[in-house]
Ligand binder design. Structure first.
Ligand code: DSN
Length: 426
């Protein structure tokens, strides 16, 4: 038993139940993953106690010699992993990384001299973008004059010529590329050509695909973008947190905007865990892991198509797929709730040109990073597609849903997760 269970059973119970939930359920949320024990250990370490405002070698607090070591390792490994000129590993999250990136390039200190807000182009949230890519209720939509591009209605993929035409019309100062629900490979060279043509900065938010980029399976934005932002969880399989890569020209401004611009004290325990995760990602087996994520995603998309579901954009090149549920006559919200009852964890998602509101949605976003970490393969993906279809087909029969939940438990127990934590019982 861990110490916490003796001191605080209420919290310990929730920790145990969450470990059991992660272990017994099928985790298909595309932005989630299971970190390794060393990453978990670094995150739960005493580095959480340390204040270290500033950067290695230039801190506002004494006693930073050891957090300097881990932060430098994290920075160096991030640069090596992505072949980047410079790295800042302090952003607490992807949203804060994006905020610092926008400010570093668009320089809010100069805005009072301008008559208008800067124009920024980003992918519409309902077409796979992100809140920080200009949604009106997010800081990005408040501070900038946002213009959204969408996917093509026929192909449900980017039409780069159309995006260029739009950019020529609205003359953005910055274009943000990247997505949280786009299943096909993005062409960062084309985004760079568009940005150059209109004289805009290019920021790429590669949060979802960072692991694929690190492994060389997805083309890298690093040679093209002024600034690349990312999270360190998701496909990259590190701790929950953010990361910025940039050219040396923008490094000073990026650093200034992360701290003191947007954040105070960095989370040095999380930075130590980022260092460990980047070390894992530099190993050859990480490439195999990323290849398997894509193999599994393709297998799951194919098996779901065989079961009568429609894949947005016709399938996937990445770790995720967007499933149009309309052929099954069920909304994303209802499907998410039903699947949860059977132990299959997914999130509802709008599909491009969705007739439903985002809280209802016509689709599901499914991803394979977590199940691939558990070492499941294409055979399991086929089984999972069948189970998903059975849950939806038998939506009104709780007994069948219970039986499917039993099958889910049998499947997950064959691919154990965090056994030592469960045995310890918190
Ligand atoms: N909320 C994340 C996702 O699920 O994709 C993006 O930040």
């Amino acid at each position: 038993m861990g110490i916490i269970s003796k001191i605080d059973p209420e919290v310990a119970d929730a920790l145990y139940s969450e470990t059991k939930r992660q272990s017994e359920n099928l985790e298909l949320i595309a932005s989630e993953n299971f970190v390794s024990q060393p990453v978990l250990e670094a995150m739960g370490s005493i580095m959480t106690n340390k204040y270290a405002e500033g950067y290695p070698g230039r801190r506002y607090y004494g006693g930073c010699q050891f957090v300097d070591v881990t932060e430098k390792i994290a920075r160096d490994r991030a640069k090596e992993l992505f072949n980047a000129e410079r790295a800042n590993v302090q952003p607490h999250s992807g949203s804060q990384a994006n905020m610092a990136a926008y400010f570093a390039l668009l320089k809010p200190e100069e805005w009072p001299e301008q008559s208008k807000k800067p124009v920024v182009m980003g992918l519409d949230l309902s077409h796979g973008g992100h809140l920080t890519h200009g949604h009106p209720i997010n800081f990005s939509g408040v501070f900038f004059n946002m213009v959204h591009y969408t996917v093509d209605p026929e192909t449900e993929q980017f039409d780069y010529k159309q995006i260029l035409e739009q950019a020529k019309q609205c003359q953005p100062q910055l274009i943000i590329a990247g997505a949280s629900a786009y299943p096909r490979e993005m062409d960062f060279m084309k985004f760079k050509e568009i940005a150059d043509e209109v004289g805009a900065f290019l920021v790429v938010d590669m949060a979802h695909i960072a692991g694929l980029v690190a492994a060389g399976i997805h083309n890298s934005p690093v040679p093209y973008a002024d600034v690349v932002t990312s999270t360190t969880h998701k496909t990259l399989r590190g701790p929950r947190g953010g990361l910025i890569l940039c050219t040396k020209d923008h490094y000073k401004s990026v650093n200034r905007w992360v701290f003191p611009g947007v954040q105070g004290g960095p989370l040095e325990h999380v930075i130590a865990a980022k260092a460990v995760a980047f070390g894992e990602a530099l190993k050859p087996e990480f490439k195999t892991y990323q290849e398997n994520i894509v193999i599994n995603a393709k297998a799951l998309a194919e098996a779901l198509t065989e079961q009568g579901f429609r894949m947005v954009a016709g399938g996937t090149d990445t770790h995720l797929m967007l499933v149009d549920l309309r052929p099954k006559n069920i909304t994303g919200k209802d499907a998410e709730e039903l699947l949860d009852k059977a132990g299959i964890t997914v999130n509802k998602n709008t599909i491009p040109f969705d007739p439903e509101k985002p809280f209802i949605a016509s689709g599901l976003r499914l991803g394979t990073p977590s199940l691939t970490t558990r070492k499941m393969g294409p055979a399991e993906m086929k089984t999972i597609a069948r189970l998903i279809d059975e849950v939806i087909t038998h939506r009104d029969d709780p007994q069948i849903i219970d039986k499917i939940q039993q099958q889910v438990k049998e499947l997950t127990s064959a691919f154990p997760l965090y056994l030592n934590l469960l045995e310890r019982g918190y």
